[in-house]
Design a protein. Structure first.
Length: 290
Protein backbone atom coordinates (compact mmCIF):
# COMPACT_ATOMS: atom_id res chain seq x y z
CA UNK A 1 0.00 0.00 0.00
CA UNK A 2 1.12 3.51 -0.89
CA UNK A 3 -0.30 6.83 0.24
CA UNK A 4 -2.59 8.44 -2.32
CA UNK A 5 -2.23 12.02 -3.48
CA UNK A 6 -5.73 13.39 -3.00
CA UNK A 7 -7.44 15.56 -5.56
CA UNK A 8 -10.45 17.84 -5.27
CA UNK A 9 -13.82 17.51 -6.95
CA UNK A 10 -15.69 20.19 -8.83
CA UNK A 11 -18.05 22.35 -6.79
CA UNK A 12 -21.10 20.77 -8.47
CA UNK A 13 -20.02 17.22 -7.64
CA UNK A 14 -19.07 18.18 -4.10
CA UNK A 15 -22.49 19.75 -3.61
CA UNK A 16 -24.19 16.67 -5.04
CA UNK A 17 -22.41 14.46 -2.48
CA UNK A 18 -23.40 16.86 0.29
CA UNK A 19 -27.07 16.72 -0.73
CA UNK A 20 -27.02 12.93 -0.62
CA UNK A 21 -25.29 12.88 2.75
CA UNK A 22 -27.86 15.28 4.21
CA UNK A 23 -30.60 12.82 3.27
CA UNK A 24 -28.76 10.04 5.09
CA UNK A 25 -28.06 12.15 8.16
CA UNK A 26 -31.73 13.17 8.37
CA UNK A 27 -32.81 9.63 9.24
CA UNK A 28 -33.75 9.20 12.91
CA UNK A 29 -31.85 6.04 13.86
CA UNK A 30 -28.73 4.11 12.82
CA UNK A 31 -30.44 1.33 10.85
CA UNK A 32 -32.53 3.87 8.97
CA UNK A 33 -29.37 5.79 8.08
CA UNK A 34 -27.74 2.58 6.82
CA UNK A 35 -30.80 1.73 4.74
CA UNK A 36 -30.99 5.20 3.25
CA UNK A 37 -27.27 5.19 2.45
CA UNK A 38 -27.60 1.84 0.69
CA UNK A 39 -30.63 2.95 -1.31
CA UNK A 40 -29.02 6.18 -2.41
CA UNK A 41 -25.77 4.40 -3.25
CA UNK A 42 -27.53 1.79 -5.38
CA UNK A 43 -29.29 4.53 -7.34
CA UNK A 44 -26.40 6.97 -7.41
CA UNK A 45 -26.25 7.10 -11.24
CA UNK A 46 -29.95 6.93 -12.05
CA UNK A 47 -30.34 10.68 -12.41
CA UNK A 48 -28.46 12.82 -14.93
CA UNK A 49 -26.80 14.80 -12.12
CA UNK A 50 -25.85 11.60 -10.32
CA UNK A 51 -24.27 10.10 -13.42
CA UNK A 52 -22.25 13.25 -14.10
CA UNK A 53 -21.13 13.44 -10.47
CA UNK A 54 -20.08 9.82 -10.11
CA UNK A 55 -18.44 9.70 -13.52
CA UNK A 56 -16.27 12.55 -12.27
CA UNK A 57 -15.65 10.77 -8.97
CA UNK A 58 -14.50 7.60 -10.73
CA UNK A 59 -12.34 9.57 -13.16
CA UNK A 60 -10.70 11.50 -10.31
CA UNK A 61 -10.13 8.34 -8.27
CA UNK A 62 -8.47 6.73 -11.29
CA UNK A 63 -6.06 9.65 -11.47
CA UNK A 64 -5.28 9.11 -7.78
CA UNK A 65 -4.48 5.39 -8.10
CA UNK A 66 -0.99 4.38 -6.98
CA UNK A 67 -0.37 3.00 -10.47
CA UNK A 68 -2.35 2.99 -13.71
CA UNK A 69 -5.92 2.17 -12.58
CA UNK A 70 -4.61 -0.47 -10.19
CA UNK A 71 -6.18 -1.45 -6.87
CA UNK A 72 -4.90 0.76 -4.07
CA UNK A 73 -4.94 -2.15 -1.63
CA UNK A 74 -3.38 -5.15 -3.38
CA UNK A 75 -1.63 -3.12 -6.15
CA UNK A 76 -2.26 -6.05 -8.46
CA UNK A 77 -5.77 -6.11 -9.93
CA UNK A 78 -7.78 -3.61 -11.92
CA UNK A 79 -9.36 -0.95 -9.72
CA UNK A 80 -13.03 -0.89 -10.71
CA UNK A 81 -14.97 -0.44 -7.43
CA UNK A 82 -15.50 2.73 -5.42
CA UNK A 83 -14.44 1.53 -2.01
CA UNK A 84 -15.66 3.06 1.25
CA UNK A 85 -12.62 2.99 3.53
CA UNK A 86 -14.98 3.24 6.49
CA UNK A 87 -17.80 0.89 5.39
CA UNK A 88 -21.09 2.67 4.72
CA UNK A 89 -22.95 -0.18 6.45
CA UNK A 90 -21.19 0.75 9.70
CA UNK A 91 -20.56 4.46 9.15
CA UNK A 92 -23.51 5.79 7.10
CA UNK A 93 -22.42 9.29 8.11
CA UNK A 94 -19.46 8.78 5.74
CA UNK A 95 -21.37 7.20 2.84
CA UNK A 96 -21.11 10.29 0.63
CA UNK A 97 -17.96 11.86 2.01
CA UNK A 98 -15.26 12.30 -0.65
CA UNK A 99 -12.29 11.61 1.65
CA UNK A 100 -13.77 8.16 2.41
CA UNK A 101 -13.38 6.91 -1.18
CA UNK A 102 -10.67 5.14 -3.11
CA UNK A 103 -10.65 2.65 -5.98
CA UNK A 104 -10.17 -1.02 -5.22
CA UNK A 105 -10.50 -4.27 -7.13
CA UNK A 106 -13.58 -6.43 -6.68
CA UNK A 107 -11.55 -9.07 -4.88
CA UNK A 108 -10.26 -6.69 -2.20
CA UNK A 109 -13.53 -4.80 -1.92
CA UNK A 110 -15.94 -7.73 -1.87
CA UNK A 111 -14.08 -10.94 -1.05
CA UNK A 112 -11.84 -9.53 1.68
CA UNK A 113 -12.77 -6.13 3.11
CA UNK A 114 -16.50 -5.78 2.49
CA UNK A 115 -17.66 -4.41 5.88
CA UNK A 116 -15.02 -6.07 8.04
CA UNK A 117 -13.82 -3.40 10.42
CA UNK A 118 -12.53 -2.71 13.91
CA UNK A 119 -12.27 0.40 16.04
CA UNK A 120 -10.35 1.59 19.10
CA UNK A 121 -12.11 2.58 22.30
CA UNK A 122 -11.03 5.54 24.41
CA UNK A 123 -8.38 3.40 26.11
CA UNK A 124 -6.87 2.18 22.85
CA UNK A 125 -8.39 -1.30 23.05
CA UNK A 126 -9.14 -3.00 19.74
CA UNK A 127 -12.82 -3.81 19.22
CA UNK A 128 -14.16 -5.74 16.22
CA UNK A 129 -17.43 -4.32 14.92
CA UNK A 130 -19.98 -7.06 14.09
CA UNK A 131 -21.89 -6.63 10.86
CA UNK A 132 -25.14 -4.77 11.22
CA UNK A 133 -24.23 -3.05 14.47
CA UNK A 134 -23.48 0.59 15.17
CA UNK A 135 -19.85 1.18 16.18
CA UNK A 136 -19.58 2.65 19.66
CA UNK A 137 -16.32 4.38 18.72
CA UNK A 138 -15.19 6.19 15.58
CA UNK A 139 -11.39 5.73 15.55
CA UNK A 140 -10.87 3.08 12.89
CA UNK A 141 -8.31 0.31 13.23
CA UNK A 142 -7.53 0.43 9.53
CA UNK A 143 -4.94 2.43 7.61
CA UNK A 144 -6.55 5.13 5.48
CA UNK A 145 -4.18 5.80 2.56
CA UNK A 146 -6.11 8.96 1.71
CA UNK A 147 -4.77 10.66 4.85
CA UNK A 148 -2.09 8.31 6.22
CA UNK A 149 1.14 6.96 4.78
CA UNK A 150 1.04 3.14 4.94
CA UNK A 151 4.85 3.14 4.80
CA UNK A 152 4.81 4.64 8.28
CA UNK A 153 3.11 1.48 9.50
CA UNK A 154 4.68 -1.38 7.52
CA UNK A 155 7.14 -2.12 4.73
CA UNK A 156 7.86 -5.08 2.46
CA UNK A 157 10.92 -7.11 3.44
CA UNK A 158 13.22 -9.37 1.47
CA UNK A 159 13.23 -12.16 0.42
CA UNK A 160 9.68 -12.91 1.63
CA UNK A 161 8.17 -9.73 0.14
CA UNK A 162 5.68 -9.74 2.99
CA UNK A 163 4.80 -6.62 4.95
CA UNK A 164 6.60 -6.22 8.26
CA UNK A 165 4.97 -4.00 10.85
CA UNK A 166 7.20 -1.14 11.98
CA UNK A 167 5.41 -0.09 15.17
CA UNK A 168 6.10 -1.63 18.56
CA UNK A 169 3.74 -4.50 19.53
CA UNK A 170 0.89 -3.39 21.72
CA UNK A 171 0.66 0.14 20.31
CA UNK A 172 -2.30 1.59 18.43
CA UNK A 173 -0.20 1.85 15.26
CA UNK A 174 0.76 -1.82 15.57
CA UNK A 175 -2.84 -2.95 15.95
CA UNK A 176 -3.95 -0.70 13.09
CA UNK A 177 -1.30 -2.16 10.78
CA UNK A 178 -2.01 -5.72 11.87
CA UNK A 179 -5.76 -5.32 11.37
CA UNK A 180 -5.27 -3.82 7.91
CA UNK A 181 -3.05 -6.74 6.87
CA UNK A 182 -5.49 -9.22 8.38
CA UNK A 183 -8.60 -7.82 6.71
CA UNK A 184 -7.01 -7.51 3.27
CA UNK A 185 -4.89 -10.66 3.63
CA UNK A 186 -1.97 -8.80 2.07
CA UNK A 187 0.61 -11.23 3.49
CA UNK A 188 -1.39 -14.40 2.86
CA UNK A 189 -2.50 -14.43 -0.77
CA UNK A 190 -0.13 -16.60 -2.78
CA UNK A 191 -0.95 -14.80 -6.01
CA UNK A 192 0.09 -11.48 -4.45
CA UNK A 193 3.35 -12.88 -3.13
CA UNK A 194 4.23 -14.35 -6.53
CA UNK A 195 3.27 -11.11 -8.29
CA UNK A 196 5.49 -9.08 -5.94
CA UNK A 197 8.43 -11.37 -6.70
CA UNK A 198 7.76 -10.96 -10.43
CA UNK A 199 7.64 -7.19 -9.96
CA UNK A 200 10.97 -7.22 -8.12
CA UNK A 201 12.54 -9.15 -11.01
CA UNK A 202 11.02 -6.75 -13.51
CA UNK A 203 12.38 -3.71 -11.67
CA UNK A 204 15.83 -5.28 -11.52
CA UNK A 205 15.91 -6.25 -15.20
CA UNK A 206 14.78 -2.80 -16.35
CA UNK A 207 17.24 -0.99 -14.10
CA UNK A 208 20.07 -3.33 -15.06
CA UNK A 209 19.27 -2.84 -18.75
CA UNK A 210 19.50 0.91 -18.32
CA UNK A 211 22.82 0.58 -16.48
CA UNK A 212 24.32 -1.51 -19.28
CA UNK A 213 22.86 0.74 -21.99
CA UNK A 214 24.51 3.78 -20.45
CA UNK A 215 27.93 2.08 -20.59
CA UNK A 216 28.03 1.30 -24.32
CA UNK A 217 29.89 3.59 -26.70
CA UNK A 218 28.17 2.90 -30.01
CA UNK A 219 24.60 2.64 -31.27
CA UNK A 220 24.87 -0.94 -32.49
CA UNK A 221 25.80 -2.20 -29.03
CA UNK A 222 23.01 -0.06 -27.58
CA UNK A 223 20.33 -1.59 -29.80
CA UNK A 224 21.72 -5.09 -29.32
CA UNK A 225 20.82 -4.79 -25.63
CA UNK A 226 17.18 -4.05 -26.30
CA UNK A 227 14.36 -6.53 -26.65
CA UNK A 228 11.72 -5.95 -29.38
CA UNK A 229 9.48 -4.06 -26.96
CA UNK A 230 12.20 -1.49 -26.25
CA UNK A 231 12.66 -0.55 -29.88
CA UNK A 232 10.34 2.42 -29.66
CA UNK A 233 13.33 4.71 -29.79
CA UNK A 234 14.36 6.88 -32.74
CA UNK A 235 17.09 4.99 -34.63
CA UNK A 236 18.27 8.23 -36.19
CA UNK A 237 18.99 9.89 -32.83
CA UNK A 238 22.51 10.15 -31.46
CA UNK A 239 23.73 7.71 -28.82
CA UNK A 240 23.47 10.26 -25.98
CA UNK A 241 19.92 11.10 -27.08
CA UNK A 242 19.02 7.43 -27.20
CA UNK A 243 20.42 6.87 -23.73
CA UNK A 244 18.49 9.83 -22.36
CA UNK A 245 15.27 8.65 -24.00
CA UNK A 246 15.74 5.10 -22.65
CA UNK A 247 16.33 6.44 -19.15
CA UNK A 248 13.06 8.39 -19.32
CA UNK A 249 11.22 5.39 -20.75
CA UNK A 250 12.44 3.04 -18.03
CA UNK A 251 11.72 5.61 -15.33
CA UNK A 252 8.12 5.83 -16.58
CA UNK A 253 7.89 2.03 -16.80
CA UNK A 254 8.91 1.70 -13.17
CA UNK A 255 6.72 4.52 -11.93
CA UNK A 256 3.60 3.13 -13.63
CA UNK A 257 4.17 -0.56 -12.92
CA UNK A 258 2.06 -2.60 -10.55
CA UNK A 259 3.26 -3.11 -6.98
CA UNK A 260 4.83 0.26 -6.26
CA UNK A 261 5.35 -0.95 -2.68
CA UNK A 262 7.94 -3.37 -4.05
CA UNK A 263 9.86 -0.54 -5.71
CA UNK A 264 9.63 1.50 -2.51
CA UNK A 265 11.09 -1.41 -0.51
CA UNK A 266 13.86 -1.88 -3.08
CA UNK A 267 14.87 1.76 -2.70
CA UNK A 268 14.56 1.72 1.08
CA UNK A 269 16.08 -1.68 1.89
CA UNK A 270 17.62 -3.53 -1.06
CA UNK A 271 19.62 -0.47 -2.11
CA UNK A 272 21.50 -0.76 1.19
CA UNK A 273 21.61 -4.51 1.76
CA UNK A 274 21.81 -6.29 -1.60
CA UNK A 275 25.17 -6.02 -3.46
CA UNK A 276 23.58 -6.16 -6.91
CA UNK A 277 21.09 -3.43 -6.12
CA UNK A 278 23.79 -1.41 -4.40
CA UNK A 279 25.84 -1.51 -7.59
CA UNK A 280 22.90 -0.35 -9.71
CA UNK A 281 21.95 2.53 -7.43
CA UNK A 282 25.56 3.64 -7.18
CA UNK A 283 25.59 3.88 -10.97
CA UNK A 284 22.07 5.38 -11.11
CA UNK A 285 21.61 7.41 -7.91
CA UNK A 286 18.77 9.37 -9.50
CA UNK A 287 16.70 6.17 -9.51
CA UNK A 288 16.34 6.52 -5.75
CA UNK A 289 13.98 9.39 -6.50
CA UNK A 290 11.83 7.49 -8.99
Amino acid sequence: MIQLVSRTLSADTDQHLNRLQVKVDAQPVFHAKVGKAETLWTGKKKSKKGKIAFDEIVSTLKQMCVSVEVCNYCEQNEANDIEHIYPKSLFPELAFIWRNYLLACKQCNTAYKLDAFAVFDADGNLIDVPRGTQPLHVQGAFINPRVENPSDFFVLTFPSLKFEILANPGTIDYFKAAKTLEILQLNDRDTLLQARKAAAKYFYHRTDLLHRALLVNNKQDFFDLLNPHDERLNHHASLPELQTDLKQEIKEDIQTHQHPSVWYAIKLIASKTDPKWQKLFQALPEALNW
